[in-house]
Design a protein around this ligand. Sequence first.
Ligand SMILES: NC(=O)c1ccc[n+]([C@@H]2O[C@H](COP(=O)([O-])OP(=O)(O)OC[C@H]3O[C@@H](n4cnc5c(N)ncnc54)[C@H](OP(=O)(O)O)[C@@H]3O)[C@@H](O)[C@H]2O)c1
Length: 231
Amino acid sequence: MNKLIEQMLIVGGSRGIGLAVAEHYHTKVENLICVSRTRSPFGNWIEADVAINADLDRVCAAFENRSLDALLYLGGIWEKNAFTADYDFANSSDDEIDRVIAVNLIAPIKFVKRLIPALERSPNPKVIFIGSLSGLDHQASREVANSASKFGLRGAAQALAIELRQTAIGFTVINPGNIATPEVLNDIASETFPSQIPIPLSDLIAVIDCSLSLSADSYLPEVNLAQTKTG
Ligand SMILES: NC(=O)c1ccc[n+]([C@@H]2O[C@H](COP(=O)([O-])OP(=O)(O)OC[C@H]3O[C@@H](n4cnc5c(N)ncnc54)[C@H](OP(=O)(O)O)[C@@H]3O)[C@@H](O)[C@H]2O)c1
C-alpha cells in the first residue's frame, strides 16, 4: 500500500466488511480511527451514530488540525427482511426509509463536508464509499431505500469529484455483490439466500488496497465487483 496513507478513518469498523478492513489495516497505518455504535476491536474507536449530526461533528473534531489520508465509509444498513421474499415496501415505515438513506447516503456526504480541511492536508487523499451492485443502472434490487441510497452514493461521489477538483481528493465507489461476511455466510447456510459462492473479503480488500496504492495523480472513480458463482 502507498506509504503516504498513514491516517485512516473507517466508518463501520465494528462488524462485517468494515471490521475485516480494519483488521487488515490496523497494523499497516500509523493511526486508524474506527467509528460505529458498538465497539470496534481495531484502531482507536469513537462511538457515534452517523445519523446524528452532533455525533458527526464530534468524530470530525478529532481531525481538527490533523490530516486524513483515507476515509473509508464502509458501514450501512438495509430494510427489515431485505433481500428475502418477506421484504415488503408498502409496509416499510417512514422511519426505516429515513434511516436507511441517512446512514447509507446522507452521512457519507456530511462526513466529506466536515473533513475537507483534514483531507486537504494529506499529500494523497482518498475517499472510498461502499456501494452495491444494486446501485447500478437496471440492476436495482427490490429494497427501495437501500437501492436508492446506493444509486445516490454514486451521484454524490461524481459530484464531489467535480466540486472538490481543486483538492485532488480521489473519490471511489466500490459496488460489490454478496461479500463473505459472517452474516452473508449464515444467510447462505440457512438458505435465506440461494446457494452461491460469495466474494471473499480478501478480494474486496484487494480492491481497496489497489485504490489506496495509487499515486496522488490518479484515482479509481468506480469499481464493480461481481460474483462468478451466483448459484
Ligand atoms: N455484506 C455484503 O455482502 C454487502 C454487499 C454489497 C454492499 N454491502 C454494503 O456494505 C455496507 C456494510 O455491510 P456489512 O455487510 O458489512 O454490514 P454489517 O455487518 O451489518 O456492518 C455494518 C456496519 O455499519 C455500522 N453502522 C450501521 N449503522 C450505523 C450508525 N447509525 N452509526 C454508526 N455505524 C453504523 C455498524 O456498526 P454498529 O452497528 O456498531 O453501529 C457496522 O459496523 C452496507 O452499506 C452494505 O450495503 C454489503
